[in-house]
Design a protein around this ligand. Structure first.
Ligand code: NDP
Length: 219
């Protein structure tokens, strides 16, 4: 049975990925700051009180897991705050770095002991972090934090290659969640594509960046 840990699993894309994995009988460990009625209804294991921006919090996650092996670690928790050039807010940019860029690295580092040959680490990044794909500008904090997490994922893929651990960056599409004011494709469609990619991609594709629809994205 596949054991999968997902951060930010109480709502949005994280919740939907948890639902799909639970529905096919995988062992889901749903990690969040605070659970939700929808997550509780899945009947999966929930670890609450975990803020990916806090060392102490993430250390308590590692403690709660003990020596359990994870087949998949999905770094999904993230925030989007708009920062146009005429309204730059340094605190907001730093917050997005702490959560979106450092958060996945902090969680992955803390859980390295739970990963081994054949494990897959996924980072739910964004096409907005693609430098090649940026034609509309703006969103400084979000774009910069996602470009930074792409680099963290690439370095992790190099550093973990010898241990046989894959690290893959995934873009979910523009998805109707709280983050986007419920505009975009249905969250079920995005999660379905993400789970298909998680099934199909592995060590051979480690260190690459994918759209959930199944094609590679430029950095
Ligand atoms: P939501 O806003 O619906 O959910 C965000 C999730 O992240 C929530 O579970 C939230 O928990 C959690 N989270 C935020 N900050 C923290 C933190 N400090 N510690 C722990 N958990 C945290 O967003 P989505 O589901 O849409 O986004 C999921 C991922 O997908 C994000 O990384 C996002 O950047 C990425 N993405 C989304 C796109 C979209 O169109 N929706 C497009 C491209 C990428 P809480 O309820 O406690 O706030």
């Amino acid at each position: 049975m596949t054991t999968i840990l997902i951060t930010g699993a109480n709502r949005g894309i994280g919740l939907e990925m948890a639902r799909l994995h639970a529905g096919r009988g995988d062992n889901v460990i749903a990690v969040c700051r605070r659970s939700s009625a929808e997550l509780d209804a899945l009947g999966v294991e929930v670890i609450e009180g975990i803020d990916v921006a806090s060392d102490e919090s993430v250390a308590s996650l590692a403690n709660a897991l003990g020596s359990r092996r994870l087949d998949r670690l999905v770094n999904n928790a993230g925030i989007l705050e708009r920062n146009a050039l005429n309204e730059l807010d340094w605190a907001s940019i730093e917050r997005q770095f702490r959560i979106n860029a450092i958060g996945p690295l902090r969680v992955t580092k803390a859980l390295l002991g739970n990963l081994g040959k054949g494990s897959k680490v996924f980072i739910i990044t964004s096409r907005m972090g693609s430098i090649d794909d940026n034609t509309s500008g703006g969103s400084y904090g979000y774009r910069m934090s996602k470009a930074a997490v792409n680099m963290a994922g690439k370095s992790l893929s190099v550093d973990l290659e010898e241990a046989g651990i894959a690290v893959i960056l995934l873009h979910p599409g523009w998805v109707a969640t709280d983050m986007t004011g419920q505009t975009g494709i249905p969250v079920q469609e995005s999660a379905r594509g993400l789970v298909e990619r998680m099934d199909e991609l592995g060590i051979e594709q480690s260190g690459t960046f994918w759209h959930q629809e199944g094609y590679a994205l430029p950095w």
